[in-house]
Design a protein around this ligand. Structure first.
Ligand SMILES: *[C@@H]1O[C@H](CO)[C@@H](O)[C@H](O)[C@H]1NC(C)=O
Length: 393
């Protein structure tokens, strides 16, 4: 079976393979991050007869290709995903992947017991090439079994991952006997891949070099213990991925700033949040600062409590509405209370009113129901605390 797979594999890509040198990279790509094109494969083997293969192609962090496992076709996710390869060449690769997935499945199923793969299991393969600006490219293949690294391709042979156990050595020993496979891998990843990568970078240039400014906003997270406040700074919609976010007091970086993972948005831009756990009284004077290439040095700075005017307005609206409600409430209750018939549904009148607002004085204590007074007290207290916090900032 393995031989059949190899023959198919070679039949498709062997003789026609071009070994042209990769094109030189333009100077527009930052040298610090090596650019890579990688193909990811996730194969889930549920039992002897059921398998699902998923495949995708990635330029750095950007998905450029998908694999339709039902139709057996490459999906080009960007307008420039074909790079500078011709239609014929791409067709050939599509055929190659069809054979590859078929062959891979057959081989793994045939060797499952010898390789000590136990159903159900999942294999993940990451293969591709990276280019350092001005340097020779290098290729890579890594394989994982049940989510753990178990082998990689090193130079000219398969090597078990450190700590992967004797069975990984076993698999490598078997794989290393097949020189043809190694040659194919070498041609595909060592020559075709860099050529494709260079074409892709050129074709997708405007997309890859775009600069999208981040938006930032603040919120408070669930507090970690009494008297503590979790300040959250959200930064979203930026491209490229590299970003700097820090909680600051003036010019002083707050070392307690915790940076989350940079997460993808659906539109290909990125999202990040940075949190700071502080005592409630220390939040004043803090700000979140964002640096990103798209901002061209004009950092975004958002002070904590910067939206206090809005909050004050909300508090005021709530307070005024409450006062109105109380006035209306007392207005309509006058006739019923003059009748002096105790109702089982009406709690006794409020004894004291702490609130010093004008309306409560003028309308008289006796007309206020205990319920209302309780509610109001609670609300006013909250408002007071809230306002106090805001003024303090
Ligand atoms: C194999 O697994 C698939 C998916 O879980 C299931 O639908 C199928 O019945 C299984 N077949 C056998 C022979 O166990």
């Amino acid at each position: 079976m393995l031989l059949l797979f190899l023959l198919l594999f070679q039949g498709v890509c062997g003789p026609e393979e071009s070994t042209a040198a990769p094109q030189a990279l333009g100077s527009h790509h930052p040298a610090e991050e090596p650019l890579s094109f990688r193909m990811l494969q996730i194969s889930s083997f549920a039992n002897h007869s059921w398998v699902k293969n998923r495949g995708s192609g990635w330029l750095g962090e950007l998905q450029t290709h998908g694999w339709d496992s039902v139709l057996g076709t490459i999906r080009f996710l960007r307008s420039w995903s074909q790079g500078d390869f011709s239609k014929e060449e791409l067709k050939r690769f599509q055929r190659l992947f069809q054979f590859y997935f078929y062959g891979f499945t057959s081989v793994v199923q045939a060797f499952a017991s010898q390789f000590q793969f136990e159903y159900p299991f999942e294999l993940q393969i990451s293969a591709g090439c990276r280019m350092h600006a001005g340097e020779a490219s290098n290729m890579f293949i890594n394989g994982a079994y049940q989510g753990l690294d178990f082998l990689s391709f090193q130079g000219s042979s398969w090597e078990p991952a450190p700590g992967a156990g004797s069975w990984a050595q076993n698999v490598c020993k078997v794989l290393n006997q097949y020189r043809d496979v190694k040659e194919i891998v070498w041609v595909l990843l060592g020559h075709t891949c860099p050529r494709f990568l260079a074409g892709l970078l050129e074709a997708g240039k405007s997309d890859l070099e775009r600069q999208v400014k981040p938006e930032a906003w603040l919120s408070s997270g669930s507090s970690r213990g009494p008297g503590r406040l979790l300040l959250v700074c959200h930064v979203s919609g930026f491209y490229p991925k590299s970003v700097w976010v820090m909680w600051m007091r003036g010019e002083q970086e707050q070392r307690g700033t915790q940076r989350g993972d940079v997460l993808p948005n659906a539109d290909g831009t990125w999202y990040l949040q940075a949190t700071l756990n502080v005592a409630v009284g220390e939040a004043a004077g803090l700000s979140c600062r964002v640096k990103h290439s798209s901002l061209r040095g004009h950092d975004i700075i958002i002070p904590w409590g910067g939206y206090s005017i809005l909050l004050i307005l909300i508090y005021l609206t709530v307070a005024i509405t409450l006062v109105m409600l109380v006035i209306i409430g007392t207005w309509f209750k006058i006739p019923s209370s003059t009748q002096n018939i105790p109702s089982p549904y009406e709690p006794s009148p409020a004894v004291s009113m702490e609130a010093k607002t004008q309306d409560t004085r003028s309308s008289g204590h006796e007309l206020c129901l205990a319920e209302e007074s309780w509610l109001k007290k609670r609300f006013l207290k909250k408002c007071k605390i809230g306002l106090k916090q805001l003024w303090c900032h």
